[in-house]
Design a protein. Structure first.
Length: 158
């Protein structure tokens, strides 16, 4: 199984549809973490929100398609595991949450403040591989927050 990093949506969705959930989730998590870095900067986040929105729509579409396809194939399978259904609809839910985040990021300043509060104080829906490979947003968020603090007030940044 390949764990090569691809930030191309078509490769992420292709890996997901072909049951390579690990690669799809790793690459999706890394793409989202890269986009999270720009969530705190006014007007920059407005541009990156479009990328997140497109990624979210493809996640929703692929997740629903995978879920429906898995329901149909599970009806005819001897062993009904339902894993494809769960993974498909959780991928779609994750896409929906990314779409919500993209709408907040679109608004300069108020959206940036909300993303900073969200990323530092509120829980985040993670991919299963983020727990497995320790690809957490916490370190990225703290690093971004410290960078912002050092720009706003040099004595606060470390």
């Amino acid at each position: 199984m390949s764990t090569e990093i691809n930030l191309d949506d078509t490769r992420i969705i292709s890996a997901f549809i072909n049951n390579d959930f690990q690669t799809a989730e790793i690459n999706s998590a890394r793409l989202e973490l890269e986009l999270d870095e720009y969530s705190y900067y006014p007007f920059v986040s407005t541009c990156t929100s479009f990328v997140r929105g497109i990624h979210a729509i493809t996640q929703i579409t692929a997740g629903i398609a995978k879920g429906i396809f898995s329901v149909i194939t599970d009806l005819f399978a001897k062993h009904r595991y339902g894993l494809g259904v769960v993974r498909g609809f959780s991928f779609a839910l994750h896409g929906y949450l990314n779409l919500v985040r993209a709408t907040y990021e679109y608004a300069p300043i108020s959206g940036n403040i909300w993303m900073l509060i969200h990323d530092t104080a509120l829980p985040r829906m993670k991919y299963s591989v983020e727990y497995q490979f320790n690809i957490t947003a916490g370190n990225q968020i703290r690093k971004s927050f410290e960078n912002i603090q050092s720009v706003i007030h040099p004595k606060l940044g470390r």
